[in-house]
Design a protein around this ligand. Sequence first.
Ligand code: UD1
Ligand code: CA
Length: 465
Amino acid sequence: MSQAIRVVILAAGLGTRMKSRRAKVLHEAGGDTILNHVLRAALNVTRPEDITVIVGYQADEVRDSVKTAGIRFAEQHEQKGTGHALLCARGVIDTEKGLLLILNGDGPLLKPQTLRKLIGEQEQNDRAATIVTTVVPDPTGYGRILRDESGMVSAIVEQKAASPDQLTIQEINPGLYCFDAETFWAHVDEIRPNNAANEYYLTDMIEILRRHGLAVAPLLVADETELLGINTRIELAVANKLLRARKAEELMLSGVTIENPESVAIDMAVEVGPDTIIQANVQLRGRTRVGAECRIGAGSVIRDCDIADGVTILPYVVAEASTVGKKASIGPFARLRPDAHADESSHIGNFVELKKTYLGKGSKANHLAYLGDSEIGSGVNIGAGTITCNYDGAKKHPTKIGDQVFVGSNSTLVAPITIGDGAYIAAGSVITKQVEQDSLAIGRAYQVDKPSWARRRREQIKKSS
Ligand code: UD1
Ligand code: CA
């Protein structure tokens, strides 16, 4: 692209129809805020420094929600309309030559290709502006596109100002405009709040440019679902569904099997390798990366995890900010809390919880265990019901278990504690002292047997009743 491209994203409004205390652009669909989706599309056509977001309602929260560094912000203290928003941005945007791309901040489904096409059209034809239009079955609420005999856009009429005839027009303004920057800034002051709402409408720019004999061309986009503007939570749910479907399709086309695509929720930044199988109702959130040839069991919720190749996640695993090594097996019903690391070929079974714990290569914790603040070597067997007592009510303490250790079932390991390589912990032990390499530690009362006691008791009970 030859000309400088400056992008303005309008995100100052509250979004009254959301019936929310939160600014509209902060609501989430497809695993990210509405605004971040719009930004992602914009970042495909220009540098972060050339993007200005207009903030107003909950300005600080909106600023903080933006994940990309270098984006500029302009403040619109009072929301007096989309045209007024641009007036507020004048000091922040470089207003020289080039293209000025203005995007409503509430259209999260926008595709980068469409922006590129819009820019391409404007560059090629060199008009005052090119604006995206689309035809929708129900145009209620949108600005309607008026065209002249030659097919150029002569005006946008807002719903409230439209005549009964104009209300039947199904070609609408989705809120994506590409202006010649010099022309735009030369005429922006001509926008007047001459409407019932007393607002400065950006859409009035079309008529203004026409009055000066300048042409505004339409770019009619066929897929109207891409241009959906979110005004209500019903539209938010529609956008969420479409974004989820888009991500699932992208993964399936890249070689991932998704058994029930409409049931999964996979965030935009998630990566999944080929020949991985994703079962129903799986959620892969945040920055999760799943390798090739894995299986992600039904109902698992995985956030910000790194999962290597060939891993089996059985159903209903909840994992966050953890890593899983090659060919490991996790679940069903396991929980990896932040900083859990299950190394290559390790096994974590049902009702096992790991937190800030490293489980070495080939080690197993197959049933009912809590392993916290622990470092566990390779080839270790953690018996059912093992608990690391890492918390004394005030502080957390570490547990260190060497290689090839056998921890018998129902062991209680009171941290801080170290268990040497090859040691053996008898089942049911409470271990409070360091266990040396290769030794057997038994920390429990010895068994006492009283022959015939049970039979005598039964006879006694029978006599007394
Ligand atoms: C706007 C258009 C309408 C179009 C529709 C597409 C105008 C006058 N109308 O109407 O033609 O069909 O979008 O969705 O532009 N905003 C600000 N400051 C303000 C007001 C709004 O930054 O003072 C932002 C909002 O945060 C939002 C965007 O501009 O992201 C659009 O505002 P909204 O109130 O949703 O406009 P619509 O009434 O839908
Ligand atoms: Ca809108």
